[in-house]
Design a protein around this ligand. Sequence first.
Ligand SMILES: C[S@@+](CC[C@H](N)C(=O)[O-])C[C@H]1O[C@@H](n2cnc3c(N)ncnc32)[C@H](O)[C@@H]1O
Length: 266
Amino acid sequence: MDIAQFKERQAHAWGLGDYSSLSRVLAPAARDLCDACAVGAGQEVLDVAAGDGNFALACAGEGAAVVASDLAPVMVELGRARTEAEGYDVEWVLADAEELPFAGDSFECVGSVFGAVFAPRPEVMARELFRVVRPGGTVGLTMWTHDSFTTELFGVGRRYSPSPPDLPRAELWGDEDTVRERLDGLAARIETERRTIVWEGESPEEFVDRLERDAPMQVAARQSLSEEELEASHADYLEVVRRRAGGDGPVRIESEYLQIVARRRG
Ligand SMILES: C[S@@+](CC[C@H](N)C(=O)[O-])C[C@H]1O[C@@H](n2cnc3c(N)ncnc32)[C@H](O)[C@@H]1O
């Protein structure tokens, strides 16, 4: 599979399931990133790999002029409907984080919440984000750290839906040293902070059922699994959730992520 085919598959897969139920869980990270980037009224902001618009909405709520973009046509539709329904005038654009259709120096802040980190070529994506932000402007990213619950779930997913082996894992963006290496030469100053998001459910079974029904990548992976593999993958997810939740009762698991705020060199 080449990069173009990989992205075509990603654009389709991210439109499956019911992403909005997951995005609501990630919304606090978007609001915190908006604060950390000091987004304010009148600023021009770009949300990259925006999903249904968590970061776009947080910034629009501060009075910023926001453009939101995503690789998946379904996400752009969902996001446009959500920002309209919430009464914000956000411009939505279908766009690949590695090839943004904007002129250089267009935005004061470019942010991506658990989004652009899924672009297959980290250096290409980083160059694009820093190209479209103005000198002195801010680039904000979030990604799960190596030991976080969500990264462990990704590991189960990979067992049943191998991605092309030569692509770096997205969660490397959750490692401070890797972030500094990748942004070296682009950013004048980089601040990182470890934070947490809380995942909740009635029970491990309910949590995994919801994941399999709503999470786009799980829905996509399940389409090509045999009955045996479906059962095995369900059992593997259940084992992780049960262990992390400490049993079969209600689920409340803190998942660590890295918040990255970097200023473009002037
Ligand atoms: C976990 S979701 C996060 C969405 C959103 N930022 C949020 O806060 O909920 C990942 C998003 O990245 C998008 N995505 C994946 N690869 C992308 C790429 N190469 N360029 C742009 N968006 C991409 C997906 O379509 C999906 O909407």
